[in-house]
Design a protein around this ligand. Structure first.
Ligand SMILES: O=C(O)CCC(=O)C(=O)O
Ligand SMILES: [Mn+2]
Length: 199
């Protein structure tokens, strides 16, 4: 059974956290299935004029037309698989919000990571609801306020089977990221369900 969500105590945010959600099947099998069946892509990232492979693999799935522009490139989604449709339906009912796309991130080991960013692309609208489902290795998402230096960095461990819902003005005030680790760790897959507007 999915328990009650916790409201995370971060000023200028609206964050709901389910420590463990009921997905109707085993989390380890879901991780393996997502690793095996997803059409993973290796994208590049350009920072300070240097281009290198992103330190993770990604994949986009969604409704036709729910395309997304980042790093100046338009990405068209792959059609939903049966598994992703099933996860979407469950996540929509827990978040109380519809989603027309999902970004999957595959962190293969300790050196895979995501830089500090906000999900504030114009196609998500000013107050997006983003539902983030994690499987595999527990890693910490860290949050940093964009302007208030008096607020400490907030670290949120994301266990396998947890669901974090980011809503309201969260993206306007906070950035988040996932650091590399200096110890060995297993694989992790994260899915962020999103609603792309004006498709
Ligand atoms: O892997 C995570 O938990 C974070 C993913 C994320 O922030 C994103 O896909 O925008
Ligand atoms: Mn994000």
């Amino acid at each position: 059974m999915t328990g009650k969500p916790t409201v995370l105590p971060l000023p200028d945010s609206d964050l709901l956290f389910f420590e463990r959600v009921d997905l109707g099947r085993d989390r380890d099998r879901l991780l393996q299935q997502l690793v095996d069946e997803t059409d993973w892509q290796q994208e590049n990232i350009t920072l300070f004029g240097r281009t290198r492979p992103q330190p993770r693999l990604i994949a986009w799935y969604g409704d036709p037309g729910a395309s997304y522009t980042y790093s100046g490139m338009r990405h068209d989604p792959r059609p939903w698989t049966a598994l992703l449709l099933d996860l979407r339906r469950r996540v929509e009912s827990m978040a109380g919000s519809p989603f027309n796309s999902v970004l999957l991130n595959y962190y293969r080991g300790p050196r895979d990571s995501m830089g500090l960013h906000a999900d504030d692309e114009p196609e998500l609208g000013p107050e997006p609801v983003i539902a983030s489902l994690s499987f595999g290795e527990q890693r910490k998402l860290y949050f940093r306020h964009r302007t208030r230096r008096d607020l400490a960095t907030f670290n949120l461990p994301l266990p396998s089977g947890s669901l974090l819902i980011m809503r309201g003005a969260t993206q306007q005030h906070w950035k988040h990221g996932l650091r590399k680790l200096s110890r060995p760790c297993g694989p992790r897959v994260n899915l962020t369900f999103r609603q792309i507007l004006d498709t």
